[in-house]
Design a protein around this ligand. Structure first.
Ligand code: AP5
Length: 220
């Protein structure tokens, strides 16, 4: 049985940071819808140009194109044994589409890790976030700085600040999260797969909390 894990939480809760660490611990790929859109944007594909119109203001990209993009990614060979989904699903329509995609292969969601953090924490985290151009490795100027300022420790590429981490856009992203994504908490709770994790600790402490909270079937 494959292991599909979902990470849920506000923008800046630490989904990308934790997904990368869990991916290494559990040896399953990390699939981030935001990273997939940013790759399309870098390559200037039609999807990238469309996504940019929504991402720059912090709005959600329409469900149909998002679902199609994630479906294509999940169909690749490396995701057959499972995956850690970060940032998808984000609407009830996307959640239903994911259930159908997995059910078509006789699979289901092993656990949804809901990372709980305060709004004040999120604002501090997003304000200081830096990302690497080459592979999207995540840093923070205060909480997780690189060895050399402005340079990725892992691949030497330039670190940059995401356009959607500007204060105005962050407020819109948080508002949209509460309107469109937060209802998924009850959706997954009612299915018995929701696992709540305290996201306020250090990066290492949060990872440890997640690994301890995972149901046995998901951590093997
Ligand atoms: P996306 O890239 O998914 O952004 P997001 O969900 O807003 O999440 P973030 O990447 O901002 O935060 P995160 O929780 O991953 O936090 P991180 O680990 O980086 O989406 C971007 C846009 O794409 C959306 O707005 C939308 O337009 C579009 N999109 C994407 N998916 C979509 C979908 N499914 N449907 C429609 N549209 C979609 O951490 C943040 C910072 O905090 C970092 O600097 C990190 O170093 C630091 N940090 C992390 N954990 C800790 C800790 N424990 N202690 C201290 N610092 C920490």
């Amino acid at each position: 049985m494959a292991t599909y894990l979902l990470l849920l939480g506000t923008p800046g809760a630490g989904k990308g940071t934790q997904a990368k660490r869990l991916s290494e611990s559990l040896s399953i790929p990390h699939i981030s819808s935001g990273d997939l859109f940013r790759e399309h944007l870098d390559e200037q594909t039609e999807l990238g140009k469309l996504a940019q119109r929504y991402m720059s203001s912090g709005d959600l990209v329409p469900d149909d194109v998002t679902i199609q993009m994630v479906h294509e990614r999940l169909s690749r060979e490396d995701a057959r044994g499972g995956a850690i989904l970060d940032g998808f699903p984000r609407t009830p329509t996307q959640a239903q589409a994911l259930d159908e995609m997995l059910a078509a292969n006789g699979e289901g969601i092993a656990a949804v890790l809901f990372i709980k953090v305060s709004e004040a924490t999120v604002i501090r985290r997003l304000g200081g976030r830096r990302m690497c151009r080459a592979k999207g490795h995540i840093y923070h100027v205060e909480f997780n700085p690189p060895d050399v300022e402005g340079i990725c420790d892992l691949d030497g590429s330039e670190l940059y600040q995401r356009e959607d981490d500007q204060a105005d856009t962050v407020s819109n992203r948080i508002r949209i999260y509460f309107e469109q994504t937060a209802p998924l908490i009850d959706y997954y709770r009612s299915k018995g797969v929701l696992v709540e994790v305290d996201g306020e600790g250090t990066i290492e402490v949060v990872t440890q909390g997640m690994l301890e909270a995972l149901p046995e079937a998901a951590s093997q």
